[in-house]
Design a protein around this ligand. Structure first.
Ligand code: ACO
Length: 435
C-alpha cells in the first residue's frame, strides 16, 4: 500500500526478556501489513493470545478484500456495487471460484453446468420425512447438506481437482433445492422440483412458492431482487463461518461436511442468525415511539441487550452491503405494495442510533442483516428461512475459500493453541476415598 507511511517496513521486532527477535512483515496488495509470527513459538517458546482473532490473519487469500474503515468490499478486485448493479449471482460464483469474470461462452457453460445439477437424489426426500415438521430450517440444512456426502461418493476425494469442482458445482446447484425443500416440508406442502428453464434465483422462488395445482409466474422484479440478495451474501472474507469451513477442511474432511460445518456456524445470532433476530427485535419494539427505550438498553453496560443488525468486527463505517440491501428493500416493498410497519421502526432505529454518541464512538452501523430480513419478509419468506437463504448464497464464498485452501501446497491442518488456566497435575483419588 503506497500510501501507508510504514511502506518500507520489512521486519518487526519483539523484545522478550531482554532479547530481541525479528519477524518478517508481509504486505498484501491492500490492507495493513502482517507480521508473520509462524516461528514465534519455535524461537521464543511464547504463544500469541488472540481468542476472537481480532489481530490475527488466519489465512492468505486472493478472493475478497474489505476496507472496513471506508466501507469497501471487493471480490477479486471488483466492487460489490458493480457486481450487484451489472452482474448476476452465477457470474459472482464464477468470479469467486476462478478469479476472473467469465466470457459469454464461459458464463453460458457455467450456468449450464449448475443447472444440470439442481435436482437432489430422490432418496434424499426421505431424509426430510425423518425430521419433525416444526424443525428449524437451519437444523434441516446442517443435516441434509452434511448428508450429501452419503449420496455423492464420487466427489469426495479432495486430492482430485475434478472431483473438487464436481462437488462444488453440486452444492451451488443443490443448495437452493435443499433450502426450498426445507421450507416446503415445514409447511406440509409437496416438494417442488427445479425448473431448469428458469434462471437460478427465479428457480429458487419457483421451488419455494409454487404449488402443483396453480400456475405460478415468477415476478421478474422479485427474481432480480433475489439474485441481488444472493450476490450481497456471496462472500465476506474470513468471517466466522468461512473460517469454520477452512478449519474443517484443513483436516482433509470432505467438502459437503465442511459446508455443513459452515452452515452450523452461520446459524448463530452473532452471525447469519441475526437476519431472523432483527425481525424479532423490530417486532418486540412494536412502535417507533419505543425506539429510544431500546437504544438506551443497548447502551446500558448492565444490560446484555444488543441492537441486532448493528455492528461488525471489520466494517467500522456503513456496511456497503447494508446500503445496497436498503435500496433493494425499498424496491421490493414498492413492487409488492406491502406496507410493513416494521420498516418504519427500522428506519427510526437507524436514525436514532446513527445520531447517538455511543454508536458514533463505537462505530456501530447497520450491517447486512439489518435490512435483509425486512426484504425477505416482503418477498414472502418466514423469518425462520432467512438464514437458510443466507447459507445458500454464502456457499459460493465458502467453496471458493475451501478450494483456495486445498489447492495451496503449503496448507496444513489448523491447530490453534491455548492459554491453559485449569488445574496443574493433581493426584488421582479413588472413588471410595473421596468426600
Ligand atoms: N448493540 C449495542 N452495542 C454493541 C453492538 C450492538 N449491536 N455491537 C457491538 N456493541 C458494543 C459492544 O458492547 C462493545 O462495547 P464495549 O467496548 O463497551 O464492551 C463494542 O461495541 C464492541 O463490540 P464487540 O462485541 O467487542 O465487537 P465484535 O467485533 O466482537 O462483535 C458483532 C461484532 C458480533 C457483529 C457485534 O457487533 C454484535 O453482536 N452485533 C449484533 C449481532 C449482529 O448484527 N450480527 C450480524 C453480524 S454481520 C453478519 O453476520 C452478516
Amino acid at each position: 500500500m503506497a500510501s501507508d507511511s510504514r511502506a518500507d517496513l520489512k521486519t518487526g521486532t519483539l523484545t522478550l526478556d531482554g532479547k530481541t527477535y525479528s519477524f518478517p512483515i508481509r504486505w498484501g496488495t491492500s490492507g495493513p501489513p502482517v507480521m508473520d509470527v509462524g516461528k514465534l513459538y519455535g524461537t521464543t517458546r511464547i504463544f500469541t493470545y488472540d481468542p476472537g482473532f481480532s489481530s490475527t490473519a488466519s489465512a492468505e487469500s486472493k478472493i475478497t478484500y474489505i476496507d472496513g474503515d471506508n466501507g469497501v468490499l471487493l471480490h477479486r478486485g471488483y466492487a460489490i456495487e458493480d457486481l450487484v448493479a451489472h452482474g448476476d449471482f452465477l457470474e459472482t460464483c464464477y468470479l469467486l471460484f476462478y478469479g476472473s469474470l467469465p466470457t459469454p461462452a464461459q458464463k453460458a457453460d457455467f450456468d449450464n453446468r449448475v443447472t444440470r445439477h439442481t435436482m437432489v437424489h430422490e432418496q434424499m426426500a426421505r431424509l426430510y420425512h425423518g425430521i419433525r415438521r416444526d424443525a428449524h430450517p437451519m437444523a434441516v440444512m446442517v443435516g441434509v447438506v452434511g448428508a450429501l456426502s452419503a449420496f455423492y461418493h464420487d466427489s469426495i476425494d479432495i486430492s482430485d481437482p475434478h472431483q473438487r469442482m464436481v462437488a462444488s458445482m453440486r452444492m451451488i446447484a443443490k443448495l437452493p433445492t435443499i433450502a426450498a425443500m426445507a421450507y416446503k416440508y415445514s409447511r406440509g406442502e409437496p416438494f417442488v422440483y427445479p425448473k431448469n428453464d428458469l434462471p437460478y434465483a427465479a428457480n429458487f422462488l419457483h421451488m419455494c412458492f409454487s404449488v402443483p395445482f396453480e400456475e405460478y409466474r415468477v415476478n421478474p422484479v422479485l427474481a432480480r431482487a433475489m439474485d441481488q440478495i444472493f450476490i450481497l451474501h456471496a462472500d465476506n472474507e474470513q468471517g466466522a463461518s468461512t473460517s469454520t469451513v477452512r478449519l474443517a477442511g484443513s483436516s482433509g474432511a470432505n467438502p459437503f461436511a465442511c459446508i455443513a460445518a459452515g452452515i452450523a456456524c452461520l446459524w448463530g445470532p452473532a452471525h447469519g442468525g441475526a437476519h431472523e433476530a432483527v425481525i424479532k427485535q423490530l417486532a418486540q419494539i412494536e412502535t417507533k415511539k419505543r425506539v429510544p427505550e431500546f437504544v438506551a438498553r443497548a447502551k446500558d453496560p448492565e444490560d446484555s441487550f444488543r441492537l441486532m443488525g448493528f455492528g461488525h468486527r471489520v466494517y467500522k463505517a456503513y456496511d456497503p452491503r447494508a446500503k445496497l440491501m436498503r435500496q433493494i428493500c425499498h424496491d421490493v416493498l414498492k413492487e409488492t405494495r406491502a406496507d410493513d410497519p416494521l420498516l418504519e421502526i427500522a428506519e427510526e432505529l437507524e436514525r436514532v442510533a446513527l445520531a447517538d454518541e455511543y454508536f458514533i464512538e463505537k462505530r456501530l452501523y447497520p450491517n447486512l442483516d439489518f435490512y435483509a430480513g425486512l426484504t425477505l419478509r416482503a418477498m414472502g419468506f418466514p423469518p425462520s428461512l432467512f438464514t437458510a437463504v443466507f447459507a445458500l448464497a454464502r456457499t459460493a464464498g465458502w467453496i471458493a475459500h475451501w478450494m483456495e485452501m486445498i489447492a495451496d501446497p503449503h496448507q496444513k491442518i489448523g491447530r490453534p493453541r491455548q492459554l491453559y488456566t485449569g488445574y496443574a497435575r493433581r493426584e488421582y483419588v479413588p472413588i471410595g476415598r473421596r468426600d
